[in-house]
Design a protein around this ligand. Sequence first.
Ligand SMILES: Cc1ncc(COP(=O)(O)O)c(C=O)c1O
Length: 481
Amino acid sequence: MKKEESLRDCLENLKNSDLYPFHMPGHKRNPGAGEMARYMDIDITEIDDYDNLHDADGIILRAEERANALYGADETHFLVNGSSSGVLAAISAVAGRGEKIIAGRNAHKSFYHAVYLRELDVTYILPDPEGLVNPKGIEDAFDKNPGIKAVFITSPTYEGMVSDVKKIAEITHKNGAILVVDEAHGAHFGLYKKLPESSVTEGADIVIHSLHKTLAAMTQTALIHVKGDRVDREKLRRFLRIYQTSSPSYVLMASIDSCIKDINDNGKEVLERLIRFRKRIEAETADLTWIRIPHFSKRQDPGKVLICSADGAITGQRIYDILRLEYKLQPEMAGDTYALAIITGYDTEDGISRLIEAVKELNTRIENEQSNCLGSARNKKDKKENIEQSSGPVELPKTVIPFYKAWDADMEEVDITRAAGRVAGDFINLYPPGIPLVVPGEAIDKELVRKIGEYINDGRNVQGVKISAKGERTVKVVAPM
Ligand SMILES: Cc1ncc(COP(=O)(O)O)c(C=O)c1O
């Protein structure tokens, strides 16, 4: 009988394969990435003289202070349960049970989990098509909703778009509220002059960073920073204890400290390399006719390379599949019209060259396909990238029942074609990035049903829709009360 492969065997197979990682984690499985190479023999628990994450006053506190100094925060905590635990703790600390908050709708699921647990009353702001939260939208939401305790935004987005955090912080503070920024994808921000600023220095009160996403630290590692005196820090620590494991891994914590050390020692080099890789990709693909890679700026993270289809010549999912299956390059995700490749300063020259070559060949292939079917090749001046970021809803769905009640209500499972007009009983989202198309308690309409059908037919991963062996598609809706 064939021996069953252990998880470790599967990971070894991946390590030994030719599949190149244009996705998280930021260390890129590159043994040369900072200090990341050596870890197994240091796996301990809280023993004498080794401090305690939940009540740090020794070696862990000093490591947290080193992270704190790097980002310029007033207090920083290590997170070993990812940014997810940081978002849960931050939201729980800034809004009491049933209180009101404003939030960008393009939030990660951990935000929605906090809303559920704390039974919050949320006014959503729909970001613009590129994913930016408009400060004016926040101002209007304050005007219409007295008693708002906090604002929660996601910046950068999964695709690297950076909102005007400074302006949003001013508006939030003018209205006596606290600004929490989910900067999970921006742990490298503010650490080098050509990168976007960090929200820590742009006026946010709490900022959450996933170190594992864009820097060289192990998966699950993250930081939560507090700035100023608006946040009740004791309460924040209480919620960090609630949401994090009581057995925090020293391997993970040491990898956080190594990551900070590597940026302190070599940050300029590492982050300059990221900028150089990005400029190289942009320069060597600038003349392509059917694929566009938009330029990075202070409002778009150089680490997020959007490989966009010009004028819808090819779907994002097809770009993703071709890169993965034919070129052995694993992108991070597929959007409607683009595939997203994450690059960091820990990528290799060879990996970047493979990506550039693959994108060029893909362009030639589409050109051939298009000229075959259109009869003529297109003028490259006509090209127009198509980067609307469609991972969330296009319009805000109507809330019929508060989310925390709907998620606990009795449910029915109905065929998706009969779901229009019903109230969602569960989340439906595209994964990644997992931004909900509909939240429990919201109305499902015909347009949503149509959009979901389109996503599934395109081969996208839609969570919250069950597909049976016979191909029947069902969703959960709230049963009549
Ligand atoms: C915007 C955003 N926030 C938070 C998280 C959660 O991060 P983690 O995986 O570190 O828990 C994610 C994960 O993808 C994310 O995309």
